[in-house]
Design a protein around this ligand. Structure first.
Ligand code: H79
Length: 464
């Protein structure tokens, strides 16, 4: 064969190969994965979520039994990853289920705790990466009903309690990673037990898809579906197999972690607050209270109530939601240090909730912080330095100034667009008017002698 033909053949092969890859992955030939709805329907579907601002994340599973310790050793990292970090064999990890008997679990109490914390929705792990179903699945026996002495379905009990108390309920489901079922994936790693080997499509069709279907069929209204850790195996085609299930719950809100290019409804920064939020997108920061999602007996590095509340306010001022995690024990109890902190936030919200629920983002911006003129991160981008003096949330005709540091006698503000007609402290039931001086876009408000709250005193300015 002469050289011309060889080159021609290579070019043709390359073209065919490129054509295949192109056909599978580029958005131009693959219809974008999205739900069939009008912009108006989308807005209506998101309304309650935008009002809510504050939710409870619950990471609860078999990992609460070892609680961070395996084979006498403290396993580093997040507690729900213990099977992976400890490279625990599948059969050995499954033994923990026999010790999982959370008889102190009380669904009503969990919902009441969330309500006392001012949280408007809760999202619980139906199945985490360890593959253990926290509900009575019919897929197999690896679930809390069939494989533990508990013999109850906590998700059914939570669903009933949420219905009773008017709490929105969502399910977390690990769709790609599954370290128990053959064929399930391991993000950033490889199988460590032959029992994990298998076919990913077989896993999707026999475990993940049927279980998501059960969750969206058997538990009444499900308000949120929270996928996690999409891996490279989740192609657009595979992700597309999940989408018809969403029609089982037409109002459900889905996050952006299914994979395969599905954008979902919400951005989900994890353990961080984006400096500018996500303009044009709904978003939710999920965060731990200590350093683990799933319970670890020795993680006592709890954030202060002040930090947690400042985070909630910071997030609201950027138009996002705060999904704050609790990690119940293997007895079914939410650790008291976590309850104490979220209830303290709830106490603040009882007085100041008007400035959070249904609020819009700041009318200003620079108060949130600035980019460091010198320091760069690992990728060479300027480092964001948050400022913590004050934040602003808004409602039509009202500015809520969250004074995180009490400025003393006066609060001075530049960049005011409207004119202030009235100012008072939100904590003041009488709404005693505070003296306001405005000159152009500069406003000066004379504050009361003492701050009404140690963590965040909210100054209301009505404007026209
Ligand atoms: O469910 C929670 C986490 O388990 C899950 N997302 C939240 C909501 C999550 N899965 N992966 N990650 C978060 C990214 C973190 C990966 C790490 Fe690791 C696990 C860092 C240390 C342990 C993987 C294993 C990377 C290094 C070792």
């Amino acid at each position: 064969m002469n050289r011309g033909w060889i080159i021609c053949g290579l070019a043709l092969t390359g073209w065919l190969w490129a054509g295949c890859a192109w056909g599978q992955t580029t958005p131009s030939t693959q219809p974008e994965l999205q739900r069939n709805e009008t912009p108006e329907q989308h807005e209506a579907r998101m309304t309650w979520w935008r009002q809510a601002r504050f939710g409870m994340f619950i990471h609860w599973g078999v990992y609460s039994v070892p609680a961070g310790t395996y084979d006498g050793k403290k396993i580093a990292g997040i507690g729900e990853w213990i099977m992976n970090r400890g490279k625990i064999p599948v059969a050995e990890y499954a033994e923990y289920a026999k010790q999982f008997n959370p008889t102190k679990f009380d669904a009503d109490q969990w919902v009441e705790t969330a309500q006392e914390a001012g949280m408007k929705y809760m999202v619980i792990t139906a199945k985490h990466h360890d593959g253990f179903a926290m509900f009575h699945t019919k897929v197999d026996g690896y679930n809390i009903y069939d494989a533990t002495p508990f013999k109850r379905d906590p998700l059914a009990e939570l669903a009933a309690a949420c219905q009773k108390h008017g709490m929105k309920l969502g399910f977390y489901y690990s769709q790609c990673q599954d370290w128990h079922h053959p064929g399930g994936d391991v993000k950033g790693g490889v199988h460590w037990d032959k029992a994990q080997d298998g076919d990913f499509d077989e896993y999707l069709n026999s475990v993940a898809i049927p279980q998501v279907k059960e969750l969206l069929t058997n538990y009444g209204p499900v308000s949120v579906l929270w996928f996690d850790t999409a891996t490279g195996l989740m192609t657009p085609q595979r992700a597309g197999e999940f989408l018809p299930l969403l029609d089982l719950q037409p109002q459900i809100i889905v996050n952006n972690r299914l994979g395969g290019g599905f954008k979902g409804d919400t951005e989900t920064p994890e353990q961080r607050i984006p400096p500018q939020g996500f303009p044009g997108r709904d978003w939710e920061t999920c965060m731990t209270i200590n350093d683990t999602w799933g319970y670890k007996s020795y993680d006592t590095n709890f954030k202060s109530t002040e930090t947690l509340l400042h985070n909630l306010v910071d997030i609201a001022s950027k138009g996002g939601n705060y999904l704050l995690n609790v990690g119940p024990t293997s007895e079914g109890i939410i650790p008291q240090p976590e309850v104490d902190r979220i209830k303290a936030i709830g106490d603040w919200l009882k007085i100041n909730g008007e400035s959070i629920y249904g609020s819009g983002p700041t009318a200003f911006g620079p108060e949130a912080g600035s980019l460091d003129p010198v320091k760069k991160d690992r990728r060479g981008r300027p480092v964001w330095v948050a400022a913590w003096d004050w934040r602003c949330t808004t409602k039509p005709g009202k500015l809520f100034i969250h004074l995180l540091k009490w400025p003393g006698e006066k609060f001075e503000l530049s960049g005011m667009k409207g004119s202030v007609t009235k100012a008072y402290m939100l904590a003041d039931a009488q709404q005693a008017e505070l003296a306001v001086q405005q000159s152009g876009d500069h406003v000066s408000v004379t504050l009361p002698a003492a701050p009404p709250d140690k963590i965040d005193s909210v100054l209301v300015m009505e404007e026209k």
